[in-house]
Design a protein around this ligand. Sequence first.
Ligand code: HEM
Length: 228
Amino acid sequence: MWLIDSSIGRKLIMSITGVFLVLFLIFHGTMNFVVLFSADAYNAIAAFLGANWYALVGTKMLAIGFVVHIIYAIYLSYQNKKARGAVGYNVTSSQKSVEWTSQNMLVLGVIVVGFMVLHLIQFWSKMQWVELSHKMGLETSGDLALATDGAYWVKHYFENPIYSILYIVWLVALWLHLTHGIWSAMQTLGTSSNIWLPRIKVISNVLSTVIILLFISIPVYFLLGFNI
Ligand code: HEM
């Protein structure tokens, strides 16, 4: 299949699923930002979304695009490694001048996914998983009352400066990944003229920065001594 066999097909899958990732992040970051203003409003939005099948399906679709992006990145790197064999890359001087982020997308992606596992254990397993397992009638150790109190978990983890610092490290890696990823996806999806290239790089930097500021404001807020 050309989507898998050709290099443009592979870039297309990474780009389209990358768009899912960015949409998910805009949605997730905006919602999380609300917690700094009102814990009740934050929990109310989460409850509203949980009660609406279209919001739930939308979030899940975005999260699935996200997972496909990660699995596909690992598959592509494996394929590239196999194609290069034992010799590896012969790096030329022109390749050395390629942006650092562009050459380290997989490394940055692995860091992002590593922290994501921590994040899902901290939040998803205490909230959505507890609700789901209760609905399915499974034995669960989680507290159902706390499963709908996202603000409680935000406070619980970010009051610990170690977690706040870890989240900042995570978000800086994600920012680097996004600054390259967004313009690269836009280029693959069609905007590659000489006039537009510098413009999409600016758009990419601005969008990545806004997304990361939404998230990073939370650990920074706690580190500065404020509380929700
Ligand atoms: C300060 C930063 C963040 C906070 C406070 C936060 C908060 C949360 C909370 C409360 C949940 C559980 C929702 C539920 O189960 O009902 C969650 C789930 C999730 N988060 Fe985050 N998050 C943050 C950053 C991120 C980042 C940077 C990513 C991606 C790179 C991310 C990806 C996810 C995913 C994939 C889920 C599971 C899917 C879902 O339940 O919608 N989160 N997050």
